[in-house]
Design a protein around this ligand. Sequence first.
Ligand SMILES: [Ca+2]
Length: 544
Amino acid sequence: MRKKIRICASVMAAVCFISMTACGGSGTGEESPVPTESQIVQPTKEAEDGSGDVDKDTQGEDPTGGEDETLENLQPSRVPVVTAPDVTYEAEDGTLTGRAKTASTKKGFSGTGYVDGFEEEGDSCTFHVDIAQEGFYDLKFVTASQGGHKENYILVDGESLGSLTSESGEFETSTFERVYLTVGAHEVSFSKSWGWVMLDSLTVSAAEGLPDDLYTVSAKLVNPNATENAKRLMSYLTDIYGKQFLSGQYSSNMYGLERAAVWRVTGEYPAVLGLDMMEYSPSRVANGGTTQAVESAIEYWDQGGIVTFVWHWNAPEKYLTGVWYSGFYKEHTDIDLKKIMDGDDPEGYDLLIRDIDAIAEQLKRLQDAGVPVLWRPLHEASGGWFWWGNAGAEAYKELYVLLYDRLTNHHGLNNLIWVWNGQSADWYPGDDYVDIIGEDIYPGERVYTSQIKKYLEASEYTKERKMIVLSENGCLFDPDMAIRDGAMWGFFATWSGEFVLANSKINRLSEKYTEEEMVKKVYAHDAVITYSELPDLKNYPIRD
Ligand SMILES: [Ca+2]
């Protein structure tokens, strides 16, 4: 069965508003949220000449597209487990740059000392590692913090692998799991991000194989009353999990510039459209905030796409102390979640319920239209930059469960697939409230590594296997590296604005975070599902 969908050019132009939000610790979030006239987008090339029309195949007979044989080949390669013995390299024997210097005052080190003085950008210590057997290795760094939680960069041969965390004032091991190393010489660098650590040594040891059941997840949703369409969507996600990645992109709406920019260079649209409930927060509505996010989600689902919603929950008016449209950041509100959850601010509790009920109305519109939602509220909590993450894990978990209960049991919202995005085991609310685990990762500019470390960490938040997704990303990852490493993110969802757009008013791709060649590679990759490759989700078979 073939189905052709036409997008009306005039509608496309009329509803193109700029996406104005940014997210988390890496976002900007300070721009005016109300689109001005100058932000109304002019018709783009494909809108004018109709080249933006979407052809969409559906595969009614075989919803997986009959590619099972190919899929088998795409499963993370079972690279043989390395058998080489551990080798330890002392930091004091490494190559130091900038202010990094050897020291021996603090006891507990191995070798003849350690390295400190990581103070300025560029301060680093490089270990020269020799590898005799190709495969995956764990890099075990021994560090001591010079004052609480610290994060610093790890690079292998100049490629960033992400951040290494040091917590203790005593020398302790922090492991970077599953780093792929070829035979020969490699440079492993510890480079200043936050600085203020003492680096003692690096031990390179053979990594264990991945757990056999890493991608074996249930399609059963935590809400026993989940709608058919929610079950169908989760069944599809489960079927492709461990084999393929769904492409995703945050954008202000279906015709947003971010999607158009991806299409312009790849000829493909993302399978998942990322949207925000932010403007439905009562304190934004009161200030004139408007959005068409729900309408757009309905249209996208109707046209065969998948939608995910985050909620930048703008705190109730009475707690806003800074810029009203930044009222989800802790700095712009004096709301005390612990006080509210402890029963010491009953008015605050009522206001939170009022806000939840306002969002429930919007989610209800989606449910009434048959739209299942990959629902990601209270995100990035453990980072502490949002007010819901600023009062500790316990208050957050109480709020998460309250939100789940209110939406599910009070409002009867059964179209939600719950994507938990607290990003720390201590903040996990329990298996009964989570369908999918999301990690948001902004590794820097043009860092295409798989982020396997975060993937494996997320897999250990719970004993029951849950699907793991990259719920927000800055740059894209290289699918070949992810498959090799086993970082089989169920979907990715690139954040909006500067992460994709070179200019906030036209659909020109920015190469700051991801180069055009990599965007093309990702969207053309056999293991990446684009919008045009989605099956007919409204008739997809429901798995147990
Ligand atoms: Ca040492």
